[in-house]
Write a protein that binds this ligand. Sequence first.
Ligand SMILES: [Zn+2]
Length: 62
Amino acid sequence: MERDWRCSNCNTLLGKWHDGGLDIRYKELKVLVDGKVCIECRKCLTINKTESGEDPATVAGK
Ligand SMILES: [Zn+2]
């Protein structure tokens, strides 16, 4: 199952959730993350934080 991880401010796609992990795409970079993540949105510069062990549904507030 795959779910989008989007910026909490402008809804820009930051990465994709897979089972047990977060796949981040930033320009040509692709990273599979396991643990805490902190990313600056490339559009609005909002800092987005999440943790790969958390349920994305509760993390991705709007
Ligand atoms: Zn943003």
